[in-house]
Ligand binder design. Structure first.
Ligand code: A2P
Length: 292
């Protein structure tokens, strides 16, 4: 397993990074500091997580120079009508001169009250992101998307100049999203896996198949689930933790056999949630059922 993946910009993006969704402001500063000190080269945050300022403080506290790690943040849904201001705000909060990657968080413009904002087309916002990227290469090194299905990617690709560097989506055995992964990769878009453990209180950590493989390699179940994503070509992975011991553990990836990968992918999808939950109506939850 390579330690980095090449993006379509030519930049190398690390295979494993620290996720910070649900990492509370009081905890995330310390988590980021620890992660950078022990060798994490990739940090992922988002304006929507409400913790960019604390991530920035953790970076400062670590003493690790900015150019030695990769930093991603995301444009928040209610900011889709004002991406330039949102970018400046993120840079300020993170106290950094530049982002390695700036993602559209969801293809779903929203009002401040969390309602779909039908006055904005996410494709127009993407075009604004393209312009900002071209005008300010010193501030934004790459742009990409998150939570994009095939349909949304097709619309973007047919109507844009820049191919997203990354599509960040939920991936774990109960949510393999193979069609989105295959489509993204076929277009040269690296896929970043979020919630690789299945998020909080995940039944996957207790799953017998996961634990059988974990015992074989003498690692924890988390390592097996993180490695499952890292073993997919052109996929990198963002385990989230605010606990030092787990942050340390989660940086390790192991090679899995084809047989083990198949067994893991065959795990029952019953525990699926969010993007792969049977009742998840996809972007319809946000008032957007179609790409257009
Ligand atoms: P905590 O932050 O308290 O460590 P995901 O990356 O899929 O979103 O999963 C994150 C969830 O899994 C969080 O609840 C996190 O809790 C927990 N977690 C992170 N790493 C591990 C691990 N190695 N073993 C067990 N649970 C973990």
């Amino acid at each position: 397993i390579n330690s980095t993946i090449k993006l379509n910009t030519g930049a190398e993006m690390p295979t494993v990074g620290l996720g910070t969704w649900k990492s509370a402001p009081g905890e995330v500063e310390h988590a980021v500091e620890h992660a950078l000190r022990i060798g994490y080269k990739l940090l992922d945050t988002a304006t929507a997580y409400g913790n960019e300022a604390e991530v920035g403080k953790g970076i400062k506290a670590s003493g690790v120079p900015r150019e030695s790690f990769f930093l991603t943040t995301k444009l928040n849904n209610p900011d889709m009508g004002r991406p330039k201001e949102a970018l400046e705000h993120s840079l300020k909060q993170l106290d950094t001169p530049y982002l390695d990657l700036w993602l559209m968080h969801w293809p779903a413009p929203m009002t401040k009250n969390d309602k779909a904002d039908k006055s904005i087309d996410w494709l127009d916002t993407w075009h604004e992101m393209e312009k900002l990227y071209k005008a300010h290469p010193d501030k934004v090194k790459a742009i990409g998307v998150s939570n994009f299905s095939v349909e949304f990617l097709e619309r973007l690709l047919a109507n844009s100049e820049i191919v997203p560097a990354v599509n960040q989506i939920e991936l774990h055995p109960s949510c393999p999203q193979q069609a989105v992964v295959d489509f993204s990769v076929s277009k040269g878009i690296v896929v970043t896996a979020y919630s690789p453990l299945g998020s909080d209180n995940s039944p996957l950590l207790k799953n017998p198949v996961v634990n059988k493989i974990a015992e074989k390699y003498n690692v924890g179940p988390g390592t097996v689930l993180i490695s499952l994503q890292a073993n997919r070509p052109y996929v990198n992975v963002l385990p989230k933790s605010v606990k030092n011991e787990r942050i340390t553990q989660n940086l390790k990836v192991i090679g899995l056999t084809d047989e083990e990968i198949k067994e893991l992918n065959d795990i029952s999808k019953e525990s699926s949630f969010r993007a792969c939950h049977p009742n998840w109506t996809g972007w319809g939850n946000l008032g957007f059922t179609e790409a257009v």
